[in-house]
Design a protein around this ligand. Structure first.
Ligand SMILES: *Cc1c(COP(=O)(O)O)cnc(C)c1O
Length: 346
């Protein structure tokens, strides 16, 4: 196991972070003549820069998830955090990340933008981690492993044993992307950050919290990693309006739980209904808010639905996913309409 100091890019430790005058004090009642803001309200009430470290949101998340504030980093969606992690640990043109396809596309996109290589270790046919391939391919250049659990687009959580084996044998950074874990049965991995300095757990407000338009992603990790992320982020990466909406949403946990229960119930109902169609070969069990469905002709069904105003995702080009559509769980009314269209399809 390597230390975070050994894993992070060398130059990161020489960075002087951008400082604002407001880093030097806390409290209220000051006259703010330091940041070149408009001193009175413009068209809206957002004339002031927001809190760069989002202290209020972190307090609320800390309480709800039992994670210390020093172990929380917030980003402009988890996509921003994926990008920052690659920039923090991977030397362009030299290091690489590892992904396990079929999986979320942004890991490879962010690596590509940063001129960082992508090593692929295909999941087994039942969408589990192939530990033999993993152990065989592990190299010094591999700095960050991205595991998506529950995985997008397959919907399953990876075997805990396999993840544990990786956590305790890999010398690089393990990122577990839990964008969908609020829809899953298991507790996820965030409590493991206490014992595992090289683990980063990503979550997001975009799926279960219903705030995709607001853009807020969360990283839970050792204080060392969080400190370095804070060092390289843009000062105001979460906007003022976004911070306000999120504080509001976090104060309504009952509503959050009810939404999740609703989606899970709809997911299981839809899964059951889909299995009855003759052109459906498999509906994979899901721990997320979507279903991966294998049909006889995905391109044809995709076009049929599209022409009738219903858009699903054709994932056929991904490994082990031929003729698979990924269907997001809609409202019960939307799901009913989908089923009606499928009944008329032959
Ligand atoms: C949707 C999704 C995200 C995106 O998160 P944002 O917070 O909206 O950027 C991240 N990871 C996975 C696996 C996703 O499916």
């Amino acid at each position: 196991m390597k230390s975070i100091e050994e894993l992070a890019r060398r130059h990161v430790f020489t960075i002087e972070p951008y400082r604002t005058a407001r880093d030097d004090f806390s409290g209220e009642g000051f006259i703010f003549l330091d940041a070149n803001e408009l001193p009175f309200l413009g068209n809206e009430r957002w004339n002031r820069y927001p809190d760069p470290y989002q202290a209020k949101i972190k307090q609320l998340i800390s309480k709800q998830k039992s994670i210390a504030e020093k172990n929380i980093f917030l980003g402009n969606g988890s996509d921003e955090i994926i990008d920052l992690l690659i920039r923090l640990f991977c030397e362009p043109g030299q290091d690489h990340i590892t992904i396990m396809p079929p999986t979320y596309g942004m890991y490879a996109v962010c690596a590509g933008v940063n001129n960082v290589g992508v090593h692929e270790i295909t999941l087994s046919e039942n969408f589990e981690i192939d530990l033999t391939l993993w152990h065989r391919s592990n190299s010094e250049k591999n700095k960050v492993l991205f595991l998506c659990s529950p995985n997008n687009p397959t919907g399953n959580c990876f075997n805990r044993q396999s993840i544990n084996e990786i956590l305790h044998s890999f010398s690089g950074i393990v990122v577990i992307d839990e964008a969908y874990n609020d829809f899953a049965d298991g507790p996820g991995w965030k409590s493991e950050i206490k014992s595992c300095e090289n683990l980063v757990v990503l979550q997001t407000m975009s799926k279960s919290w219903g705030l995709a338009g607001v853009r807020l992603g969360m990283a839970f990790a050792s204080a060392k990693i969080i400190r370095l992320l804070n060092l390289i982020k843009l000062p105001y990466n979460v906007s003022g309006p976004a911070q306000e909406v999120i504080i509001e949403a976090l104060s309504k946990p009952d509503r959050f739980a009810a939404n999740i229960a609703l989606i899970i119930a709809e997911r299981e109902k839809l899964r059951h209904s889909l299995q009855k169609f003759p052109f459906v070969q498999n509906v994979f069990s899901s721990q997320a808010n979507f279903l991966l469905v294998k049909v006889t002709n995905a391109a044809d069904l995709y076009r049929y639905l599209l022409e009738r105003g219903t858009i699903v995702r054709n994932r056929s080009s991904m490994v082990h996913c031929d003729n698979c559509l990924r269907i997001t769980i809609g409202t019960s009314d939307e799901n009913r309409q989908l089923l009606k269209l499928l009944e008329e399809y032959s």
